[in-house]
Design a protein around this ligand. Structure first.
Ligand code: SAM
Length: 252
């Protein structure tokens, strides 16, 4: 059973009950066909999660969930951003789903020199809404507390200028195939990590320089040449295994 997303005003002031409306109520009542008394999990999209039971009665297009108890956060201890040169159609939507499952909070699709996808002009809002819907569906399915935001595709230069200087606990990594650089040696645990992955054609030398000027450290994912979307997932796993929550409780 997926979780359901509460509207900002959906939670009662005492946080003991909540009302779902619109598409979320429809999903709960008509698609999943939840019955009164069934267990329901809710989240607010900003990190908080609850569990309760569907109440009987009420409006046909609204679902009241009562006896709410808070659930533990499932958000990684670090804020994770995936900046990925936009891969073709299904590969990008696959990556949105897998990245959401792994804990990405921000997706930044990029246009770089060898990006082959040229998104149709004038459809930016529709495209972004569709990408956000995919991230929302994945967040519901995998029990995230947050719905990742998905930016509109932008040029690498614009993305780098928007980043500014790195904050104190921020790490930036650029995935480079055939890199002989040692793994990034960092003291302490970062609070924010951005991972940049190139297109199938790779980064141009100028782009690698620009990324390194913007404080991106080279990251090798081994000697094999990975497809861009595999590299995206592998890099996220690398970060989470090193600094995040991809370990069982009690692991050193
Ligand atoms: N066209 C490039 C070539 O032939 O050398 C390969 C590009 S690769 C298919 C796409 C992107 O995935 C790269 O730009 C890089 O960011 C990432 N990538 C693939 N394999 C990698 C590896 N072993 N280590 C680090 N990054 C990798």
């Amino acid at each position: 059973m997926p979780q359901f997303l509460l509207d900002p005003g959906g939670l009662a002031p005492d946080a003991r009950s909540a009302v779902l409306t619109g598409a979320e109520a429809h999903h709960l009542l008509r698609v999943v066909r939840t019955r009164p008394g069934d267990r329901v999990k809710l989240f607010d999209g900003r990190g908080r999660r609850w569990q309760g039971r569907l109440a009987a009665g009420g409006a046909p297009d609204a679902a009241r969930v009562e006896a709410l108890e808070p659930l533990p956060s499932h958000e990684p201890s670090l804020e994770l951003r995936l900046a990925q040169s936009l891969p073709k159609g299904d590969r990008w939507t696959w990556l949105l789903e897998k990245g959401t499952e792994l804990g990405v909070s921000h997706f930044a699709p990029l246009r770089s020199r060898y990006t082959v996808v040229t998104p149709a002009a004038g459809k930016a809002q529709d495209r972004r809404a569709r990408w956000t819907a995919i991230a929302l569906a994945a967040a519901k399915q995998c029990e995230r507390g947050v719905v990742p935001d998905v930016a509109e595709a932008q040029d690498l230069d614009a993305f780098l200028s928007g980043l500014g200087a790195p904050a104190a606990a921020e790490v930036r990594l650029v995935c480079l195939e055939r890199s002989t650089a040692p793994p990034p040696a960092l003291a302490g645990r970062p609070a924010h990590v951005t991972v940049a992955v190139g297109p199938e054609g790779g980064w141009s030398p100028e782009e690698v320089e620009a990324l390194q000027r913007a404080a991106f450290l080279p990251l090798s994912l081994g000697p094999r040449l990975l497809r861009a979307e595999t590299a995206g997932v592998a890099a996220l796993v690398w970060v989470l295994a090193r600094w995040g929550d991809l370990v069982a409780p009690g692991d050193p």
